[in-house]
Design a protein around this ligand. Structure first.
Ligand SMILES: [Zn+2]
Length: 645
């Protein structure tokens, strides 16, 4: 009897795999049903249900609540890139450490799940939760068919995938349930899995698309390629699109392909995932406290939605600028619930005619907080937003400059915290772990208000502050210590001088030191490509200010020593200001820039009167036109390669 049961389980599981995972059934439904019924009957008479019996796949009784489940290995979320610049920065970081290959996959928009196997048998399914602990959703997952109940691998295994509801399934569900239609595929999938009644899960027919081995007791697969092959071979459903790329340029091509294709596929996606392929390199790169350094999620721009403004309040930024932030009626936008939307400034608010209780159009671009595009309609209850005459935080008078309002108080608390947050941010001093929240706490409880105060922090400074355990404190202090040695351009950017973005900071860093920048005349500053009148004045007044000079001295005293990378001034491109445009077939843009700089040239992002040479690759566009207009010499890729030698 038991032998026959084993045989039936084997056959039925193979057929189900062909049907659900491969989408290539080899038998008629009724043939499947016939054997399924036979198995059910045997199970009923013997009282035995084999662990991988397909009869386990029916939803059980509703649960009272979800048990917690602790993952064996932490399920990291991925750092995000929302622009090509950020993606380029990721490649720069990775390439600096190693020369790996990359993989590109779709980023599915659903609910991340983790499945555990022991001794070849499925044990449980859980949600990602906070990465360390999730909810046990075994009963719900059992109603799905995208994964095997038994695997040939006999060690302990954790695999990771995304639970999704196919768009066609969502559509069909909504046709069948017109009274309670599901709004979007992402919430539908999450709601299906996190439903206490497994029968509801089954009704929505979610699926899981697997993409990672999260833990394997005898060691991780040697590469992402191997991991995917392993998953497929063990019978997990994977998505067919999977690319291995040798260079960042190839990655970009794959992403471009995804951006077009994703509108045609049956699964909701919001981007692409780029991973370092080789496990060996991944280990080398390691993790930040939040993310692996070897992978990044590239998110595409999203759409627009209409909603109602409920309230508008003002945020104070590091320059004292008051930014209107609207609380809006929660609305679904590209798979996320939006509750707040921003406007640029007071002028923007009046120009767009945004009032409380008005309907507005919002757009989630790549910013964290969506932007209000404009008012759609007003109601009788629409109330104009008043212009604040005093700062909502400190009560100081508000200064009006053009379309902007500013708090006039240099010591306004949110201003100080924002200044510190900017100083610590990724593109500035890159002090990992010093969030706005932590800085706010340090300001309130420990009086940290100058940049130099950060370098005076000790373990004792954190004593009695909630949420700071030994390890966290140590990490913070070591991140602060590490930031003392930082490229000069980042340091200059971190100071937060008005108008000094990352690009202008690089221009200034060419002077070689903070002191050298401080000694420049207005004419010398204006001669820089990215410094105009306003910024030049801001730089001069920054260094003329006693308090700023004292602060710079304190930073120096604390051991903050920005360095400059010595610029090469000799070579085939000495004295040239070069602009690259179009695609080069022989190398990526980053590499081309590096090589130009290593031969004494300076790379510019756009064609200006100072440009002396343009390298035009395939599909060169407006930059080439401008170069021609300005009579700037243009060379082809072939000539460029010759010049590189
Ligand atoms: Zn204020």
């Amino acid at each position: 009897m038991n032998e026959r049961m084993k045989e039936l389980v084997g056959i039925l599981n193979r057929w189900a795999y062909e049907y659900y995972v491969l989408d290539a059934p080899s038998v008629e439904d009724r043939e499947y049903d016939r054997l399924y019924d036979e198995l059910r009957e045997l199970e009923r008479t013997t009282g035995v249900v084999l662990p991988d019996s397909p009869t386990r796949r029916v939803g059980g009784e509703p649960l009272k609540g979800f048990e917690r489940h602790k993952h064996i290995a932490r399920l990291f979320s991925l750092d995000k890139a929302v622009s090509e610049d950020e993606l380029a920065a990721f490649f720069t970081r990775v390439q600096k450490a190693a020369n790996p290959t990359y993989t590109v996959e779709y980023k599915f928009d659903g609910l991340t799940m983790c499945l555990t196997y022991k001794n070849g048998a499925f044990v449980c399914a859980s949600t990602r939760g906070n990465g360390v602990e999730g909810e046990d959703v075994t009963a719900q997952a059992l109603t799905l068919h995208s994964f095997p109940l038994s695997v040939s691998y006999k060690g302990t295994l954790e695999v990771r995938g995304e639970a999704v509801m196919r768009l066609s399934v969502l559509e069909q569900y909504n046709r069948e349930h017109p009274d309670e239609p599901l709004k979007n595929a992402r919430n539908a999938a999450a709601g299906a899995i996190r439903n206490l009644d497994p029968k509801q899960t089954a009704l929505r027919r979610p699926e899981i698309l697997f993409y990672d081995v999260n833990y394997r007791s005898d060691g991780m697969p040697a590469s992402q390629e191997e991991a995917m092959a392993f998953l497929k071979q063990e019978g997990f459903q994977t998505y067919p699109f999977f690319k291995v790329c040798k260079t960042p340029d190839e990655v970009q091509e794959a992403i471009d392909e995804i951006e077009v294709e994703r509108k045609k596929i049956d699964v909701l996606t919001d981007g692409a995932v780029v991973k370092v392929n080789e496990e060996r390199v991944r280990e080398e790169l390691g993790y930040t406290d939040k993310f692996p350094r070897w992978a990044i999620a590239y998110k595409f721009e999203a759409e627009e939605a209409e909603t109602t403004v409920m309230n508008v309040f003002w945020q104070v930024g590091r320059t004292g600028k008051l930014t209107p932030l609207a609380e809006v009626e929660p609305v679904e936008l590209a798979g996320a619930t939006v509750r707040r939307a921003t406007l640029n400034n007071y002028g923007d608010l009046t120009k767009k005619d945004v009032k409380v209780n008005s309907r507005v159009l919002i757009r989630r671009s790549n910013e964290v907080i969506p932007e209000i595009l404009g008012a759609v309609s007003h109601t009788e209850g629409s109330v104009p937003v008043g212009k604040p005459s005093v700062c909502p935080y400190c009560g100081s008078p508000v200064r009006e400059v053009g379309a902007n309002l500013f708090c006039s108080n240099e010591a306004c608390p949110p201003r100080i915290v924002q200044k510190l947050a900017h100083f610590c941010s990724k593109n500035a001093m890159d002090v990992e772990g010093l969030s706005e929240q932590t800085l706010s706490l340090l300001f309130e409880k420990r009086g940290v208000k100058n940049f130099s105060d950060l370098y005076a922090l000790t373990e004792e400074s954190f004593e009695g502050l909630e949420g700071f355990r030994e390890k966290k404190i140590r990490n913070l202090l070591s991140a602060i210590e590490k930031s003392k040695h930082i490229p000069l351009d980042r340091f200059l950017y971190a100071l937060g001088i008005e108008g000094i973005g990352r690009v202008a900071a690089r221009d200034l860093a060419a002077f070689g030191s903070v002191e050298a920048v401080a000694a420049r005349t207005k004419e010398e500053l204006l001669a820089l490509e990215n410094v105009g009148e306003v910024t030049a004045n801001a730089i001069l007044s920054y260094f003329a200010n006693e308090e700023n000079r004292a602060e710079l001295a304190r930073l120096k005293g604390a051991g903050v020593a920005p360095y400059t990378e010595r610029r090469v001034t000799e070579g085939a491109f000495a004295g040239e200001s070069v602009v690259l445009t179009g695609t080069l077939s022989s190398m990526g843009r980053t590499e081309a820039q590096k090589r130009i700089e290593s031969l004494g040239g300076v790379c510019q992002s756009s064609v200006t009167a100072k440009t002396t040479l343009v390298v035009a690759g395939e599909k060169a566009g407006s930059k080439l036109d401008k170069a021609k207009k300005l009579d700037i010499p243009v060379i082809s890729e072939e000539e460029f390669l010759k010049r590189l030698g």
